[in-house]
Design a protein around this ligand. Structure first.
Ligand SMILES: [Zn+2]
Ligand SMILES: [Zn+2]
Length: 356
């Protein structure tokens, strides 16, 4: 390993909203780890929350949980992964991954609820850097998709977990609010897994253009921006078109007021999945009577465990089509521009390119 790099550029946070582009030592791999040379690392809503110091972030931190790239070095116990392979990693760690004594939930076989849950790029250094290390058990190779497409593996994994939780009935009618990358993966997965109809309602604009181009849904409601009477009329129209509501309503926007509204579209006996990342202070005001008398299932879906392999199969086979979802790529040094671009909501998927 004579060409093992020593220093690298990184997005280095010393605390909430405080980051700089800093030269740091390249992390050393253990015998069970690989060193990934990061080609691209996706930016998502979670990174905005980390920026604000929310969502279980711990500082100092190099964020970035959607890194993809080329294996640059392998530890001596690593099997089946070679230098030069294109790979992505499942960043979620439970007690077992961290070498800790199992917590209450891990002992019950529920690693997603692990009390020591720690993800690379959230509470441990991640992929907004030129290199990142991963344990071999967390690394997945891909061969048929581009690195750009591979940045959608992590969002697709989360969508697969969402579907595991939702368990839609064969022939289900679904209303999906929001057209972000995870939502669009979710919409396609629903169509592949029994939904008879997927209606996507989201703000008019580029995200909906891509949704239609990739044939993510069966029907599209392009909401007029800024709320107001016109938007109210559109919500009313959905009600009129679907007087019995939907078997499943999936709230993927992370917008507080939309979670409130979403329950109005759930059919009797149906399910509402709360799927966005919300501000910690967000609150909902639902009628308990409706939940009680209509027997509404409220389902949470958070992150994922053991879904990465399936995400690779869906993307590598082309069944889940994410072509063109990455709309903006920024160099590492322009990380602030990437954050600004995300706030502007003029992008679908943003990625950082550490090696300019
Ligand atoms: Zn993410
Ligand atoms: Zn645990």
């Amino acid at each position: 390993m004579s060409d093992y790099p020593t220093e690298m550029n990184s997005v280095f946070y010393t605390g909430p909203e405080k980051f700089e582009i800093r030269r740091v030592p390249v992390p050393k791999i253990t015998d069970d780890e690989i060193l990934l040379k990061v080609t691209l690392c996706g930016v998502c809503g979670t990174d905005q929350h980390i920026h604000e110091g929310e969502f279980m972030s711990k500082f100092p931190l190099i964020p970035g949980h959607e890194a993809v790239g080329v294996i640059h070095a392998v530890g001596k116990n690593v099997k089946g992964l070679n230098v030069g392979d294109h790979a992505a990693a499942d960043v979620c760690n439970s007690c077992q991954d961290l070498g800790l004594t199992m917590c209450h939930y891990c002992k019950r076989g529920e690693p997603l609820f692990c009390e020591n849950f720690s993800a690379k790029g959230v509470a441990m250094d991640g992929g907004f850097a030129e290199f990142v290390t991963y344990n071999q058990s967390k690394v997945f190779k891909y061969s048929n998709i581009s690195d750009e497409e591979a940045t959608l593996l992590e969002p697709a994994s989360c969508a697969i977990h969402g579907l595991d939780k939702l368990k839609p009935k064969v022939g289900a009618e679904v209303l999906l609010l929001g057209a972000g990358p995870t939502g669009l993966c979710m919409a396609q997965l629903l169509k592949l897994n029994g939904a008879a109809k997927v209606v996507i309602a989201a703000n008019d604009g580029m995200k909906m253009d891509i949704a239609e181009k990739l044939n993510c849904g069966d029907e599209y409601v392009r909401l007029k921006r800024g709320g107001g009477e016109d938007t109210e009329a559109q919500w009313k129209k959905i009600k009129e078109d679907y007087p019995h509501g939907f078997d499943c309503v999936i709230e993927c926007t992370g917008v507080e007021s939309l979670v409130d509204r979403s329950i109005d579209f759930v059919r009797r006996g149906g399910s509402l999945m709360v799927y966005g990342v919300y501000a910690n202070k967000a609150r909902v005001h639902w009628s308990p009577t409706k939940i009680f008398s209509d027997e509404i299932n409220i389902i949470g879906s958070f992150s994922q465990f053991y879904c990465f392999g399936r995400a690779i199969q869906y993307l590598d086979s082309g069944k889940l089509n994410v072509k063109g979802m990455v709309t903006n790529v920024f160099d590492l040094k322009d990380f602030q521009k990437a954050l600004d671009c995300m706030s502007s909501r003029q992008a679908l998927k943003i990625a950082i390119r550490p090696h300019a």
